[in-house]
Structure formats: structure tokens, C-alpha cells
Design a protein around this ligand. Structure first.
Ligand SMILES: [Zn+2]
Length: 279
């Protein structure tokens, strides 16, 4: 693995062997290596509103490293700026360790990075889960790091805490789509129900078709993922289930937002989708 790939794709706390991590000074009068970063761009997500996507970032400077007989590692900060907007910065803190002085290869591990590691969380999900945004983000971080039990526990808390809010949003959609008073009454009552399994059961008949995911009721999917996760044996099983919970929540948020958009925008979105499908 090369340093650029390591910085972009490996979460904090994971040690990796890096090829060509160091670059010798020319002339190598002190035989002290330099991190061979300068000029090497990395590709990461830029949150600036001008970008909102994966962009190239460049390193402003390369730290000078000094290795001693009794200390074969250096702790360094690396600053990167987005080449596209020039306004977002990404900072990594890492430890780089040298094996033997004749080789340019080494080992790196991140202490952390700001903004934090991982793909961005769509703002629609954040607005769907509201007050539990922070817990959801923790779940996302745990998921990124492969911590299945942790990710599952965080997502479960989000769904259980926000079930009333989710059903409330579903009721909004039903109302917008001209749902009958009976349907709206069922949804409003379910939003107040404290037992999730009871709420899911009650909502079954009242779920708007526009919110079905591949023909399935998203609340039923969430509920069965939560029940399954409680009995999952391994961290890997939990991770898989946690990922499904996140994907369903994201999809539900997308569908709710799209349905609540006004007619013109919806029409435009559909036109765009058709065009894509035809191209
Ligand atoms: Zn940018």
C-alpha cells in the first residue's frame, strides 16, 4: 500500500505497511529519511458546498523526520487542502515507523483525522433522525472500522429513539399523497405507540406505496433487522445487519424527501431519471 491510499482509505487505529513511505535526502548526508509525500495528491470527500464530492487534495508541506538509534518512529501532522475549492482542509495525525535505515518502506498508523474518517452521511438521513444525529454518526464510525456489535447498538438506539419521528414523517407523506382520514389516524396513533413491534404491526396496512423499498415495508425491514441483530453470534453478523439498517434508513429518508418535494420538483426529478435511463 502507498501512503496516498492509506490516508484516504484506512481508518484510524489500523496499522499498515507502506511502500516508499520515506524518501532519503539528497545527498543523504545524515542518512535521515523524509516522508515521501510532497506532490502526492490524495482523493477524499470534500464537504464544501462548491464540491460535495470526491476531490483531489494536496499536501502543503512535508514534515522533516528524525530517527534515532533508540527511537525508530516519528509522530506527525499532515495538512491537505482541496484543489478544487481551495477552502477545505483535512488534517491527519499519524505515527510513522521505520524498519531498517536501508529501506524506504515503513509502517503507519493514524491517531485520528479531521474531519473524521469515512464517507459522508447524507443530510436527508440526518434530518430524518433529528436529535440522534450524533449517535448515528457514531454508528457510522463504528461501521467504518468494522466494529459490528458497536455499530448495531448505535443504530438500534437511533431507530428505537426516533421511531415516533419516523412514523410521523410517514404520516406526513400519507397526508401529502391524499391518504384517507382512517389511514392518517392509524399513522398518528402508531407514532405515539411506545412499543416498536406494536407500532410496526399497526402501520402495516397504512404504509404509503411510494415508501415501499423493493415492495417491502421499510419499518418491517428495520424491525426484523433489529430483532435479528440481537441474536447475531459474531461481530461480522452484527456488522452486516448494522449496514442493512443504515441502508434502509438512508433509502427511507430519500423516499420521504422525494415524496414531500413539491410537484414541479418531483416532475423534474422524474424527467432526469428517465433521461438517465434512456442514455
Ligand atoms: Zn473542495
Amino acid at each position: 500500500m502507498r501512503l496516498a491510499e492509506f490516508l484516504a482509505s484506512v481508518p484510524p487505529g489500523v496499522e499498515e505497511k507502506i511502500d516508499e513511505l520515506f524518501k532519503k535526502r539528497e545527498p543523504a548526508y545524515l542518512n535521515a529519511p523524509n516522508v515521501s509525500l510532497l506532490g502526492l495528491d490524495i482523493e477524499i470527500y470534500c464537504d464544501n458546498r462548491k464540491c460535495k464530492g470526491t476531490r483531489f487534495f494536496y499536501a502543503i508541506s512535508t514534515p522533516q523526520l528524525e530517527f534515532k538509534q533508540y527511537l525508530n518512529y516519528n509522530d506527525v501532522y499532515l495538512d491537505y487542502w482541496c484543489r478544487n475549492c481551495g477552502q477545505s482542509k483535512k488534517t491527519f495525525a499519524l505515527r510513522v515507523t521505520r524498519g531498517d535505515s536501508s529501506s524506504n518502506d515503513g509502517v503507519a498508523i493514524k491517531f485520528g483525522e479531521m474531519p473524521s474518517f469515512g464517507p459522508p452521511v447524507p443530510s436527508r438521513v440526518v434530518s430524518l433522525i433529528g436529535p440522534d444525529r450524533e449517535i448515528f454518526l457514531r454508528g457510522r464510525r463504528a461501521e467504518n472500522q468494522g466494529l459490528g456489535v458497536g455499530a448495531f447498538a448505535y443504530y438500534r438506539r437511533v431507530v428505537e429513539n426516533q421511531k415516533g419521528r419516523l412514523i410521523g414523517k410517514i404520516a406526513e407523506v400519507a397526508k401529502r399523497l391524499g391518504g384517507s382520514p382512517e389511514v392518517l389516524e392509524i399513522l398518528e396513533q402508531a407514532a405515539r405507540e411506545t412499543q416498536f413491534s406494536k407500532a410496526v404491526e399497526d402501520v402495516k396496512a397504512a404504509m404509503p406505496h411510494a415508501l415501499l423499498i423493493d415492495g417491502h415495508n421499510p419499518l418491517t425491514l428495520l424491525h426484523s433487522a433489529l430483532s435479528e441483530g440481537l441474536h447475531a453470534k459474531t461481530d461480522e453478523d452484527c456488522l452486516e445487519i448494522a449496514t442493512s439498517i443504515r441502508v434502509i434508513l438512508t433509502e427511507l429518508a430519500e423516499r420521504i424527501t422525494i415524496t414531500l418535494k413539491d410537484e414541479a420538483e418531483l416532475k423534474q426529478a422524474l424527467n432526469n431519471l428517465m433521461r438517465r435511463g434512456n442514455s
